[in-house]
Ligand binder design. Structure first.
Ligand code: ADP
Ligand code: MG
Length: 691
């Protein structure tokens, strides 16, 4: 059965109409950038930076996890040939080679910590003004670091001494070529004193043998999860390799992610990597007891705002009647993965003294006002002096970086020698190069519905619309609009093709089980169109999403990057991102148009592919205040009553409503006539016209 034929309500197969809903192109290499012209000839590990070993899969199950492949003989022979001890002190690549690789993969490392500034200040006071300037300039240049990159996954074992089992699990999961964020961050996080030359460490006056604090800004779908999970699992394994007492499960790593869906995804990924290693990874649940110090003081459930899309979790210590809930046994774990709300509500005034690594995934959301209080609360509960922080996202505003620096400083003098290093992959805050962007003017809200239906039921004769393949995601400004759009669209797919079961709306107002059910059905390919909101989709990895439709414009440039980043993951080519805009949206469009233009420039595409020059020139600048308001409230004309989505005109709706009202009134009258009504009639329940 050709489901798209049914879906497009056509009987004849038309030219230009997609035949099967499978990915447009298969990924050949998960790396986004490898431009040899940015570096010169170098010794290369053939496994690391070439496409030669990319498998030629003939049938792709685009919802499946990465296909397990037979371990290639190459890593094994390398591992047996090169034992870690043999080359323990040997630098892997010389300085020039390192620079070339970093340039070619567009990796930029910057030292952000402030202890370096202190040195500058001392020197400044002793020198003349002119010399000062030259010194400051030279120092600025020094702030760029060139740590050793990872040239292949097998190097994790041979050079960085990770456990054989962990290395094998990577191979078993089918990971063969490290992505940019992985090749840049893994050496630095696993063995910073090896990745950064000792001469640089001395010169900049910091310590690396206690680990580093780290911020990674890397594109959506570029493998950040592995980049933080491998070092996390490895740290636990190193401890457990010691004497018997060290074999206990000690909570050493906490990963915080903004939604339950993302936390769940990280748990799954982590468990696959940790298989057979003895490392325990647990997802935080309501009512779960974890090893902490101190006692909770009273109930702090009302300190948590439950505005907008925030996760609705309740405190787990006291049952609703105020009596303490029966406390179960403590869950022993090495790595805990949680949403900020779940852990914060559990902790209250308890601390987590054993935690040595705090990982913030989608850190800019976690440090946004919506989650800031909970996230900072968890951070300050991690009282261990050796705590190291790593933050991960595809977008990171300078205000977030500032907040992190400030918090780090406030942790006391022991922190001052620990470097905070930032890695940026590609241009900051841009979309992945493999996505095709389209801005479509629909004039009115109704125009959007017509346009969406055209994308759902493409006609061969219509060239004005991009060709989109299922499955795709549709983003709306609010939960209310997601529900309204779902109501409007649910009968658009023919019953023979699965009808309304093929379309779903996913948002945080649904129950836990409804949410998991929808995610599972989308992953299984049963749902083809998923209508959703920004927060719920942050970080979610659905393999093979072919398109993203911004039914309502995103309310910030960062939101655009994250929404469209649900397609084009792990190097998949051919994802399409369509953004509808109305006359009201024109005033807010410039920041999005800028992201598109910059992303296309980075991808080496013609400057006018996504946004024609005339449009770019004519779009008004968006002021700071306006941006802030848009981010907080969305487009005003889609709020409240105007959140409704329908193809019917106001006049038609009014007519329908009047008719419904008349029928209801007549029914009511009949009932009333048949009943002895002691209250004296209609109290006016029907409120009439709805707009
Ligand atoms: P991010 O967090 O950067 O948005 P994820 O960690 O969710 O990205 O990874 C996106 C997808 O890429 C996942 O399906 C993951 O399995 C896959 N992936 C990660 N690293 C690699 C790799 N080295 N090779 C191939 N696929 C990878
Ligand atoms: Mg992620």
């Amino acid at each position: 059965m050709d489901i798209l034929k049914i879906l497009s309500r056509g009987t004849k197969k038309s030219a230009g109409q997609p035949t099967t809903p499978k990915p447009i192109a298969k990924p050949t290499n998960p790396q986004l950038y490898n431009d040899p012209t940015r570096g010169v000839k170098r010794k290369r590990n053939e496994e690391s930076v070439s496409n030669l070993d990319a498998d030629d899969d003939t049938e792709i199950n685009f919802f499946a996890p990465p296909k397990a492949k037979k371990p290639s003989p190459e890593p094994e022979t390398r591992e047996t040939r090169e034992t870690p001890k043999e080359n323990a002190s040997k630098p892997v690549l010389d300085e020039e080679e390192v620079r070339q690789i970093l340039r070619s993969h567009r990796l930029k490392f910057t030292l952000l910590s402030s202890h370096e500034d202190k040195r500058t200040k001392v020197k400044k006071s002793k020198k003349k003004k002119k010399e000062d300037k030259a010194k400051a300039k030279a120092k600025d240049a020094k702030k760029q670091l060139s740590p050793q990159p990872l040239t292949s996954f097998s190097e994790l074992r041979s050079t960085y001494n990770i456990s054989t089992r962990l290395g094998d699990n990577l191979v078993k999961q089918g990971y063969r070529i490290p992505t940019e964020v992985q090749l840049g961050s893994l050496p630095l996080l696993i063995q910073p004193d090896r990745a950064i030359p000792s001469s640089v460490v001395e010169e900049l006056n910091f310590k690396t043998n206690d680990g580093i604090d780290f911020l990674a800004v890397a594109p959506t779908g570029s493998g950040k999860t592995l980049a933080f999970l491998i070092p996390a699992i490895n740290t636990i394994l190193r401890r457990r390799a010691g004497d018997a007492a060290q074999k206990e499960h000690i909570l050493e790593v906490v990963v915080v992610a903004p939604t339950r869906e993302l936390a769940h995804q990280i748990v799954n990924e982590g468990r696959k990597l940790a298989q057979g290693t003895g490392v325990k990874i647990v997802g935080m649940k309501k009512g779960m007891q974890i090893p902490t110090e101190g006692q909770p003081e009273g109930d702090s459930s009302d300190e948590e705002g439950s505005e907008s899309e925030q996760e609705a979790e309740s405190s787990d210590d006291n049952a609703e009647d105020g009596k303490p809930r029966k406390v179960g046994p403590t869950t022993k774990t090495d790595i805990l993965i949680t949403t900020p709300m779940l852990l914060r509500n559990y902790l209250k005034s308890r601390t987590l003294p054993t935690v040595k690594s705090l990982i913030l995934d989608e850190a800019d959301v976690l440090l946004d006002p919506l989650f800031r209080e909970q996230t900072l609360g968890i951070w300050s509960a991690c009282t261990n002096q050796s705590l190291r922080l790593t933050c991960w996202s595809a977008t990171m505003g300078s205000n977030v970086e500032g907040l992190i620096l400030e918090q780090l400083k406030s942790r006391g003098p022991s922190q001052s020698a620990i470097p905070l290093v930032r890695l940026v992959v590609g241009l900051k805050d841009t979309a992945v190069p493999s996505i095709n962007h389209k801005l479509i003017y629909t004039a009115t809200e109704q125009g959007k519905l017509f346009a969406l239906r055209q994308l759902l039921h493409p006609k061969a004769s219509d060239d004005s619309m991009p060709k989109m393949r299922l499955p795709f995601l549709v983003f709306t400004q609010s939960i209310e609009r997601a529900t309204a759009l779902h109501d409007e669209l649910k009968f658009d797919i023919a019953a023979e093709a699965g009808g309304s079961s093929r379309i779903a709306a996913l948002h945080s107002s649904l129950s836990d089980s409804a949410r998991s059910n929808i995610v599972a059905r989308f992953r299984a390919g049963e749902i083809w169109v998923l209508i959703t909101t920004d927060l719920l989709m942050r970080g979610i990895d659905f393999r093979g999403v072919n398109g993203v439709i911004n039914y309502d414009i995103p309310t910030s440039a960062a939101a655009y990057v994250h929404r469209v980043g649900r397609t084009g993951r792990a190097g998949h080519e051919g994802g399409v991102a369509v953004t509808f805009y109305t006359t009201e949206d024109v005033a807010h469009l410039k920041s999005i148009a800028n992201v598109i233009a910059l992303s296309e420039k980075q991808a080496g595409k013609s400057s006018e592919e996504g946004v024609p020059k005339w449009l770019m020139d004519s779009l008004p600048k968006v002021g700071k205040e306006e941006k802030k308001k848009l981010k907080q409230r969305g487009v005003e004309s889609r709020r409240g009553d105007k959140a409704k989505i329908t193809t019917k005109s106001a006049w038609e709706r009014r007519k329908e409503n009047n008719k419904r009202g008349a029928i209801a009134g007549s029914k009511k009258r009949k009932i009333q006539e048949a009943t002895i009504d002691t209250q004296g009639g209609d109290d006016g329940e029907w409120s009439g016209i709805d707009d």
